[in-house]
Design a protein around this ligand. Structure first.
Ligand SMILES: Nc1nc2c(ncn2[C@@H]2O[C@H](COP(=O)(O)OP(=O)(O)OP(=O)(O)O)[C@@H](O)[C@H]2O)c(=O)[nH]1
Ligand SMILES: [Mg+2]
Length: 193
């Protein structure tokens, strides 16, 4: 499926603001600065769709993008933002929990991992949490333009082994070099029924 028309719909701060309608939802999670907003801009072919920033923690809200009136891409707040106080971290947990639990419209979560690093403790917690809640996950490796092909392959092997993920569910991407769009589009076809 090609993304033709993408529209930003709204930013939600809390459960009562979440969108509840008939369209399926595909969510993006990952630590601050991993490249969530950049991936949305890549997929929608619009650099201004989602705000990107070199300052981590810019996106603190649940942002909904409508794609061709077929589904939503949902940009969730980044985790592991060092400057966030304990209170904001708890608030983040609560909002994320509200979003994930009993969300029958949520079809797939793309967990973004920086291709240069091993998954952090927070990444693993996120993946375990989603698995426990029986939410389908795909791993998206970001910023592969910043790493050699052999290091990338090594990292993918390690992740596949340590997190027990089939390699078909690990997708290398680069927003910078526009890599990975085709595979993500193919995958979404399978999950948005
Ligand atoms: N070289 C390179 N840089 C990237 C890529 N993707 C994102 N970046 C850069 O990484 C930084 C963070 O990207 P964002 O897309 O804003 O990250 P985010 O996950 O949305 O961050 P938060 O909203 O703060 O959680 C920006 O400076 C981007 O330009 C990529 O594929 N390659
Ligand atoms: Mg962002």
């Amino acid at each position: 499926m090609r993304f033709i028309n993408a529209n930003f719909i709204k930013s939600a701060e809390k459960k009562s603001d979440f969108i509840v309608d008939d369209l399926p939802q595909i969510a993006l999670v990952g630590r601050s600065n991993v490249g969530k907003s950049s991936l949305i801009n890549l997929l929608t072919n619009n650099k201004k769709m989602a705000k990107t920033s070199s300052t981590p923690g810019r996106t603190r809200l649940v942002n909904y993008f409508n794609i061709d009136n077929k589904f939503y891409i949902v940009d969730l707040p980044g985790y592991g933002f060092a400057k966030a106080s304990k209170n904001t971290t708890n608030a983040w947990d609560a909002v994320m929990n509200d979003y994930f639990v009993n969300n029958s419209k949520l079809k797939l979560v793309m967990v973004l991992l920086d291709s240069r690093h091993s998954p952090s403790q927070l990444d693993k917690q996120m993946i375990d949490y989603l698995a426990e809640n029986e939410i389908p996950i795909v791993l998206i490796m970001t910023k592969i333009d910043k790493i050699s092909r052999s290091d990338l392959n090594k990292n993918i092997d390690n992740i596949s082994r340590s997190l027990r993920f089939n390699k078909s569910m690990i997708i290398p991407t680069s927003a910078e070099k526009r890599i990975g769009v085709d595979r993500i589009e193919q995958l979404l076809d399978e999950y948005i029924l």
